[in-house]
Design a protein. Sequence first.
Length: 94
Amino acid sequence: MAHYRVTIGFWLRAYDGFDVEANSDAEAIVLAKIQALEAMVSTAHPEHIEIDERREGIICWIDAVGAPLDTATIAEDVAFDDDRIHPAGGGAPE
């Protein structure tokens, strides 16, 4: 019997936060958008990662263990999970 290594990918919901100082509500929104863009490219850990529900899984690849590198991968991007973040009906996830 052959042995295979399966690697999956999935999304986790993460939350981060920051403070802004502004002279008005409108300025606070502008500054929040600027800071949010900076936070999105940050490599620092977010304040909270919700690990109780994984979302939108896919099998990234399946490799035959012990096979030569050029033939080890037998499949890539294999769907096995429904899209719970962007359901087909266009509604919000539950």
